[in-house]
Design a protein around this ligand. Sequence first.
Ligand code: SAH
Length: 365
Amino acid sequence: MTQAPLAETIRKQIAINGPLSVAHYMSLCLLDPKHGYYTQATPFGAQGDFITAPEISQLFGEIIGAWLINAWHVLGKPAPFLLVEAGPGRGTLMRDIARTARLDAAFRAAADLILIEASPKLRAVQEQTLQDAAIEARWLSDLDQLPDLPCMMVSNEFFDALPIRQFVKHRDQWLERVVGLGEDNQLQWQTGTASLSPASLPATAGTVDDGAIFEVSTAREAVVAAMAAHIAKNGGIGLHFDYGHATSAPGDTFQAVHRHAFVDPLDTPGQADLTSHVDFEALARSAKRQGVHPYALMDQGDFLLRCGLLERAGQLGDQKPVTVQQQITADVKRLAGDGPDDMGELFKAFCFAHEKVGALPPFAA
Ligand code: SAH
């Protein structure tokens, strides 16, 4: 039986209240104040459990910084404006964006930098990373607390960490997949009684076999709705990177990662990162409902290359030792390539803006 300290708490909860939805299980594992993954662990980087794009190379944040400066001009240079990052991890992406912002003094002066972070431990890491940053940061724990100003929001691997629910096809019904207790008192998958209305399923779901899984994330949709509502009211844009699919479709993408390897999501609650692939069609629908315009989804690789990744990599490697140049080449491949370990195709750039913004390269309308 697993010895993870959170496992005992979860077993007790299930024994008293019955099985947990995947969403409830995920929230406990990720954000439990005492034993949650983001509240306790040091997840990122080569020493941690997984590596994210900004931790691979400064190129990622620099390209996004340059894109934001350009988009600020497209927006008509609002001053002041909110520069917001949700789920900043170690703060690396924002450190690189802020450094790039030195290129445009007016952008930098107009930016009111706000980080949205749920974990006090990671917030302390972010404070450290950003202590000498070119733009001074402040922290909020919720998007609802954003002041009414035009806003440029970014995130990387934020949505995948927000909870999902899973539904399993059983004859003509989709029943909720839950975490219960087996006879040996171990956590185990069970089928619950809540069911999903067929209206919330894509057309493809009708043809799949029994046992197929469909994932729904009201948490992600609500966060996008809050971001989009703020932009619809105050003006601005959102640019978000994550792994996932452009079209809603059945499939079990719930995963746990510990020390760069996949593990059983029920095995070590609170000690592994729990995520699932993002359904960008559902998020685009949620944004649109608030009256903002979602642009056509782009592969991360296409986005970075079309924003000048190779040119910036060339600059960065100029006059540097061969080993440094080789590392830059490897980083470019990891960020934008299409190999099995690369992020270029699996990760997407999801962008939405106030409906008056119009063309926002490199996105197609
Ligand atoms: N963007 C970073 C970290 C991604 S991990 C990077 O690319 O390296 C997910 C981040 O979202 C962590 O900082 C985590 O603490 C934060 N997070 C998770 N759930 C959250 C929530 N509900 N509200 C705010 N932040 C949250």
